[in-house]
Design a protein around this ligand. Structure first.
Ligand SMILES: [Zn+2]
Length: 370
């Protein structure tokens, strides 16, 4: 089975000089265009749209019947031009086998996951780290990672409402587990305690801070818009920032201030689920559109959901056009359109350009065509 994608503007995050050109696919993987036999290949017309490696959203909630929040994986995946999604801690070790059965194996969208350090995952009350008895042991985590190849790390939500009186202790525990398994931790930050000056020193190279640009008190920026020392030190060690828009965790103003002073690379993700898809999140492309609005160049915005996400998650097959890797492709348009887009703080900004999905190819197969 051979495919040739034609008539698109290739946006290759690994090679920005590529621009014009075609993409060759054979048996679900990328091949050099001159290896494709044009007499037998199926030609896919990209209709002048942008052609990029399949987008990766590294913070979603898709465990529909296994966690208190969730949404259908394909609805926020391939149907929105996203080929790989990472569920961020909806499940702990207790629900993992069922997560594979009912979510990973039943959707066109590739579903990876950060494993909640709490055995039961996101449960009633969303205070999964309030009781130390609920935390996964090193041995339990080892069993989970051996059983489930789609796990990419651990998740620990560091908000007062999640940890109650435990403060930093669940993260200290997660640190021990992550070190024993040599996997990254995705940390959620929000309303303290615990406070960031206590959280950041526990993070190592490769750990990910999601909700990094929230607009709540006690965030990464001080009152003068300067990054706090512990955050600067963490970035210097190789800790990564991720957007994780969500209902309450993305502020235009925070990112605007950050952008003016720091050019640190971050990844873009949605933290999308049933209750925030209508507003304020919309989709991964809506979140990317908000970055365009803040004057980030399109190439960089696309890198945040492809090459940069690939690197952050330690992936090889995804987020690239590299020959031999799985042929996941996102075709999209940037249309001139005025829209009012709201952030999690209620700030509305008008945009002149909007990123919209056009076609999704997963493992060399067109799985969605808008
Ligand atoms: Zn989340």
């Amino acid at each position: 089975m051979e495919l040739l994608i034609r008539n698109g503007r290739v946006l290759d995050p690994d090679d920005l000089t590529r621009e014009a050109g075609e993409i060759g696919i054979r048996d679900g993987r990328f091949v050099a265009v001159d290896e494709v036999d044009c007499s037998v290949a199926t030609v896919i017309d990209a209709g002048g749209g942008y052609v990029a490696p399949g987008f990766i959203d590294m913070h979603v909630h898709v465990y529909e019947d296994g966690a208190v929040i969730g949404i259908d994986a394909d609805r926020v995946g391939v149907q929105q031009g996203v080929t790989t999604i990472v569920d961020a801690g909806s499940t702990g070790s207790d629900g993992l086998a069922r997560f594979r059965e009912t979510i990973i194996e039943t959707h066109d969208t590739e579903v990876l996951a950060f494993l909640n350090i709490a055995r039961k995952g996101l449960c009633d009350g969303l205070s999964e780290l309030a009781d130390p008895a609920d935390l996964m042991s090193v041995e339990e985590a080892q069993v989970a990672f051996e059983a489930e190849p789609n796990l990419v790390g651990l998740k620990a939500r560091m908000s007062g409402s999640v940890v109650r009186d435990q403060d930093i202790k669940p993260l200290q525990h997660a640190r021990r587990v992550a070190d024993a398994l040599d996997v990254p931790i995705m940390i959620h930050i929000g309303n303290p305690p615990p406070y960031l000056p206590d959280i950041f020193p526990l993070l190592r190279k490769g750990d990910i801070v999601t909700h990094a640009f929230h607009g709540k008190q006690h965030g990464i920026l001080d009152a003068d818009g300067e990054m706090i020392a512990e955050a600067k030190e963490a970035l210097a060690r190789g800790v990564l920032f991720d957007i994780g828009h969500g209902s309450a965790s993305f502020s235009y103003e925070t990112l605007r201030q950050f952008k003016g002073k720091y050019d640190t690379a971050f990844t873009t993700s949605t933290d999308i689920y049933e209750r925030n898809i209508e507003t304020p999140v919309g989709s991964l492309m809506t979140t990317m559109t908000k970055l365009l609005q803040l004057d980030y160049p399109l190439e960089e915005v696309v890198a945040t959901v492809t090459s940069r996400a690939r690197k952050a998650l330690g992936l090889y097959e995804q987020g690239t056009f590299e020959v031999g890797t799985i042929a996941d492709v996102t075709v999209f348009n940037v249309v001139d359109k005025k829209m009012s887009l709201v952030d999690s703080n209620g700030e509305v900004r008008e945009t002149a350009k909007v990123i919209v999905p056009k076609m999704t190819i997963k493992s060399g197969r067109v799985v969605w065509n808008g």
